[in-house]
Design a protein around this ligand. Structure first.
Ligand SMILES: [Zn+2]
Length: 410
């Protein structure tokens, strides 16, 4: 008898694990938007898998095949014609780190469509050599102006450690800063357009109007300081208990709501207008800005060029595996199945081989950075395993359900 449904499901996850019939993702995948929420108590929104057994991201991929990309490009040209400035000022912002997607977006906007992008970077917590080289090449070989916001290192470390301990989410501070830096710079320099790369619907996140004004984006604005949590800790507690000055937290916080209300800044996803295929963005970045993949495979997956600029990222994906039972390989393979670069069977085999592999390479360095004892990390990780996903079998933790149907309860 299967009693999975009676087991506790943490984080508001669906108690029954269902895998998409077409790719390898499960309904436990949290929407990325959830990661931007500041409050730990926020209810999780996860990947929807329909009654037909197919996830929203796969459905979107199917819909993408019917899209008239010619028509979409016309819409893009119209938008750009409306905002292009030839008076020496910037007309759009492309946020990014110099990964393949930001290289592609900035380059094509500038050199194909004649825009004048300012690139904006919220640097990784711990740059990898390849990440830093790619960032430099983006700016120097690609040819862009760039504003990089280097954070207060002490506060960054404190918040990263807190979000690690409280949320098992070492990347929260990075994601918050990365999301907020572009709107803030846009407001400061009065730049009318912000271009993110991929459409979030690619990942099965709720499909919202692509062309939204900045003030509609709830997670970009801040109305009440008391509602905001960083690393699972309220702003008040950070100031009182951790003696952090509000000025030192400013860069992690969204722009002021009143300022946003006055602005006409628009946020767009280039992936809405141009057919976005990660592998092609990669080749484009190699050709135009000397983008370099890492010569070694990323632990936990089979890929060499996706999210390679932060040493903490590998551990971040591992923690996602602990919390949601979804490893980095599942993410990569699902996307490549949707783009028809892999069959589902190939994806399943890769997941079996790589998902949940421990990110040994940078582990020690990351623990040193956080001032965290390795034993403490292992203790902590078990606290974050959701009972409906994990079972201890002969002293070893095993997933109860896997896409390969070889889990402890399958
Ligand atoms: Zn799917």
């Amino acid at each position: 008898m299967n009693n999975t449904q009676e087991l506790e499901a943490k984080y508001g996850l669906p108690s029954k694990v269902i895998f998409c019939k077409r790719c390898v993702i499960s309904n436990q995948r949290p929407a990325s938007e959830v990661e931007f929420k500041h409050n730990i108590k926020t209810k999780k929104v996860t990947m929807n898998i329909g009654e037909d057994g197919i996830c929203d991201a796969c459905k979107y991929a199917e819909k993408k095949e019917e899209i008239s990309w010619e028509q979409r490009e016309k819409e893009l040209v119209q938008l750009l014609d409306k905002h292009r400035k030839n008076d020496g000022s910037y007309d759009c912002i492309v946020p990014g780190s110099g990964g393949k997607d930001s290289v592609y977006a900035a380059h094509i906007l500038k050199y194909k469509y004649g825009m004048h992008p300012l690139t904006v970077t919220w640097p990784p917590i711990l740059y990898t050599d390849y990440g830093y080289l790619n960032f430099k090449n983006w700016i120097e070989v690609g040819g862009f102006d760039n504003i990089t916001f280097k954070q207060n290192g002490k506060v960054m470390k404190l918040l990263t450690r807190l979000s690690f301990e409280n949320l098992f989410h070492p990347f929260q501070t990075f994601i918050l800063g990365q999301k907020n830096i572009a709107p803030k710079i846009a407001l400061k320099y009065n730049i009318p357009l912000i271009f993110y790369g991929e459409n979030e619907a690619e990942y099965g996140n709720p499909i919202k109007d692509n062309k939204s004004s900045l003030r509609d984006k709830a997670y970009f604005s801040m109305q009440n300081l008391d509602e905001i949590y960083l690393g699972g800790v309220s702003i008040g507690e950070l100031r009182e208990k951790h003696a952090v000055d509000l000025a030192d937290l400013q860069c992690f916080l969204p722009p002021d709501y009143k300022e946003l209300e006055k602005s006409d800044i628009e946020v767009h996803y280039l992936g809405y207008y141009l057919k976005w295929i990660p592998q092609e963005a990669y080749y484009y970045a190699v050709e135009h800005a000397n983008f370099q993949a890492r010569p070694f495979r990323t632990e936990g997956t089979y890929s060499k060029y996706v999210s390679i600029d932060d040493k903490i990222d590998d551990l971040n994906y591992y923690n996602i595996f602990i919390k949601y039972g979804i490893g980095r390989c599942t993410y990569d393979a699902s996307q490549e199945i949707r783009n028809k670069h892999l069959t589902r069977e190939e994806g399943m085999a890769l997941v079996k081989k790589f998902d949940g592999e421990f990110p040994q390479k940078y582990f020690k360095e990351v623990m040193n950075y956080l001032g965290m004892d390795q034993d403490y990390f292992y203790e902590l990780q078990d606290k974050f395993r959701s009972p409906h996903l994990w079972k201890k079998v002969d002293g070893e933790w095993k997933l109860r359900h896997t896409v390969n149907k070889d889990g402890a309860d399958d």
